[in-house]
Design a protein around this ligand. Structure first.
Ligand code: SAM
Ligand code: SF4
Ligand code: F3S
Length: 481
């Protein structure tokens, strides 16, 4: 019995696929790189935009079409659809004749087990191994499954999943449910194991990573935050602060501080942060840290206050810019000699976005001077509030707006990259292609390094930056004179 996983979407899905792989392999199902050789194909899906959804439909359709063209009695592949499309009723209706099992990622083990039992499935000479006492027990928390990491020097470690924010355009709260944070002890243990095995970079993941909050005791904090907000307008970022009762509540800055204390030379990075949860405590933790990368991904989404309100983002452009100013001044204070990068997500063509309102996004972009922006042309998502709004910005206009903003980005990105020229920096090498190595600086800038040295992948090296391009830097290995 062989399996093949097709992963769509964000890093969270890549990380989830690592857990699916390890679960399947614990059942003695073997991986195959070639989908044609797989008995079991798992689609770990994304529904963030229509395009992501369409890719899934296309690939499943192709598998079934090819099978129907083969005349012999060849067995059909078993297709499981999980991830962010799995609980959508319209998706299930559309694919009901093509997909064997729909299951949400958090229920993967349980659903897979029950389904196999229900179908008395035996494929070839493979049979599911379920200890008798496990047959009716609920699925243990899927995040506690030991993943089969794709990369030995850089690992994704999910710290929370789900979202409570309900931005009007976004499917994530529907697809992933409410926020759940992993126990900090479990996270620390996973990281310690990774480091023991030579991992050099820990990437903490969560749809709202900075609203991480693990509370071993049942009573939530009565001050700021979800459900108990006695202060109607806390400053931006202070929503995630909790009353720390003798250290029993671990919020995101505290989690970072715990990870920082683990001995060894390694990097810590994280994504994605919501501006409303970006507290002063978090800024200071990052700015004072030696291990946390000097990179902040702070999704803006839009620069116009009316659009931000319609998006349910819970901040204004001014509050966002104040937050960026706070971050910049913390870096200037604690790391005056270090370069840092700021990246963001922007949606163009949200329903009703006028040209004037769109230009406010351009205005914020110029003020912040981003290193990278992930642009998304608004895509109506079934079930969301914005789905009911009129998608009245044409495709062509959305494209034009994205192009316009990308031109601003090119200027700021190049300007920022030029600050790196001549610097001697530490780089973590990710891969080798031809004669070039590719790695990243501690501010997560991509660097191309020409070197004939062998076996540098997964290692920290010192480089001298020799060229600044828009989307990357070029460097040579630095040899101490
Ligand atoms: N939690 C993060 C935040 O607070 O911004 C974002 C995570 S979301 C999975 C990734 C990005 O997808 C969003 O930042 C947004 O820019 C984009 N996105 C989400 N829904 C979209 C939609 N309906 N159309 C276009 N882009 C969308
Ligand atoms: Fe989506 Fe908003 Fe949640 Fe981010 S914060 S995942 S954009 S609903
Ligand atoms: Fe897509 Fe789900 Fe990630 S919708 S972007 S895979 S959280």
């Amino acid at each position: 019995m062989k399996y093949h996983i097709k992963t769509f979407g964000c890093q969270m899905n890549i990380s989830d696929s690592e857990r699916i792989a390890s679960f399947l392999e614990s059942q003695k199902i073997k991986p195959t790189e070639e989908i044609t050789k797989a008995d079991l194909v798992i689609f770990n899906t994304c529904g963030i935009r229509q395009m992501a959804e369409d890719r899934v439909y296309g690939q499943i359709h192709n598998i079934r079409k090819q099978e129907s063209m083969i005349n012999d009695q060849q067995k059909k592949k078993t297709i499981i659809l999980t991830g962010c499309l799995a609980n959508r009723k319209d998706v299930q209706r559309r694919l009901k004749n093509k997909v064997d099992l729909f299951c949400e990622i958090k229920d993967f083990q349980k659903e897979f087990r029950n389904w196999i039992i229900g179908n008395y499935l035996e494929i070839g000479n493979w049979k599911l191994e379920i200890p008798a006492q496990q047959k009716n027990t609920p699925c243990s928390d899927y995040l506690s499954i030991n993943p089969k990491y794709n990369n030995s020097h850089s690992a994704f470690v999910p710290v929370m999943t789900g979202c409570n924010n309900f931005c009007s355009y976004c499917v994530v709260p529907y697809a992933r449910g409410r926020e759940v944070s992993r126990p900090s002890k479990e996270i620390i243990m996973e990281i310690k194991n990774l480091l023991k095995n030579g991992c050099k970079e820990i990437i903490l993941l969560g749809q709202n990573v900075n609203s991480y909050q693990h509370m071993p005791s049942p009573q939530p904090s009565p001050d700021y935050g979800r459900g108990g907000n006695s202060n109607p307008s806390p400053p931006l970022g202070e929503m995630s602060r909790t009353r720390d009762r003798e250290g029993d509540v671990v919020n995101f800055p505290k989690l970072l501080q715990l990870i920082e204390k683990i001995p060894g030379h390694f990097w810590i990075s994280f994504m994605s942060s919501h501006p409303k949860d970006f507290s002063s405590e978090l800024i200071e933790t990052i700015a004072k840290s030696k291990k946390i990368c000097e990179h902040i991904h702070l999704p803006l989404q839009a620069g116009d206050d009316k659009i931000l309100l319609a998006m349910n983002r819970k901040y204004t452009a001014k509050k966002y810019l104040n937050l960026v100013a706070k971050i910049k001044s913390a870096f200037a204070k604690y790391k005056p000699n270090k370069l840092y990068s700021i990246t963001t997500d922007i949606i163009v063509g949200f329903p009703g976005e006028t040209k004037k309102q769109f230009l406010e996004s351009a205005c914020v972009m110029k003020k912040v001077g981003y290193d990278l922006v992930y642009f998304g042309q608004f895509s109506p998502r079934p079930g969301t509030v914005a789905f009911k709004m009129k998608d009245n910005v044409s495709k062509i206009e959305k494209k034009k707006r994205e192009f316009f903003l990308n031109e601003i980005l090119k200027e700021t990105a190049l300007g920022n990259n030029q600050k790196y020229l001549g610097k001697i920096l530490e780089v973590l090498i990710d891969k080798k292609e031809g004669a070039n190595y590719f790695g990243r600086t501690h501010s997560l800038k991509n660097v191309k390094i020409i070197s004939t040295q062998k076996n540098l992948v997964g290692k920290f090296v010192k480089v001298k930056i020799t060229k600044a391009n828009i989307w990357n830097l070029e460097a040579s290995l630095y040899i101490k004179p």
